[in-house]
Design a protein around this ligand. Sequence first.
Ligand SMILES: [Mg+2]
Length: 211
Amino acid sequence: MSDYIILCDFDGTITLQDTCVPILEQFAVGDWEKYDKLLSKGLINLHECMQRQFEMIQVNIPTIISSMGSIPIRPGFADFVSFCLSQGINVVIASAGLDFIIRSVLSQNNLDLPVVAAKVKDERFQLEFPSLYYPDSIDFKVDQVKYYQVRQKKVIFIGDGISDLQGAMQADLVFAVKNSFLNSHFENCFTSFLEVKENLMKLFNFKTNLK
Ligand SMILES: [Mg+2]
């Protein structure tokens, strides 16, 4: 197996559009956007932001899934996943979205990848977040990065949004969606996953030449 692992955000990174925002816009009752502002000011953490927003939803999961339609994914992603797996690099999705939405979109696109994301526990949209391996982790994305680093993996983090910031700061290498929030903090950027693949190929060739 490779020394590397990919932790990849989902909304706005694998998908071109956020999948949660339209659902909150359509089904949440109340001012869910205020929690994004509190998160961006550091007044609440990612888990609290998500819980407060999703518990405003007043419909059930089947209603949400049937409202989703087909969700396109970013060009090059399937090819990128094949490349990583061929190099022995696992690709794990770490998402601040919801598990059932992510699995539905992956299934639409004939993809099957490990997903670390919150699950919905009951009809009132109480969320069960991924367990933290390290209690001092501010959120589960940074916790996942630490988990693999402790196991001697170099973590390549790919993302776009504010929920990726803590994980990206802890990671060994970061790729940010071009012109995204994360791109304002990390300069390696991309539009198509083929660009990430090309960057990784250069990185691995460089390592091979050193041997
Ligand atoms: Mg995102």
